[in-house]
Design a protein around this ligand. Structure first.
Ligand SMILES: [Zn+2]
Length: 55
């Protein structure tokens, strides 16, 4: 079954057994905010939340 009305957000989570944080994608229902799942975003390197503007 495919859930269409999902809200995809990026988050940073600490994974069990690991000391560093990983960037993950969270899928939640836009209606009731139920978290439907998490997905590791392996391709994206974790970035600091407050990134200094490079320009
Ligand atoms: Zn729902």
């Amino acid at each position: 079954m495919r859930v269409l009305h999902v809200n995809v957000e990026q988050a940073v989570a600490t994974v069990d057994g690991e000391t560093k944080q990983r960037r993950v994608m969270t899928f939640s229902c836009i209606h009731c905010n139920t978290v439907l799942g998490l997905q590791m975003d392996e391709r994206t390197k974790p970035r600091p939340k407050r990134a200094t503007p490079s320009a």
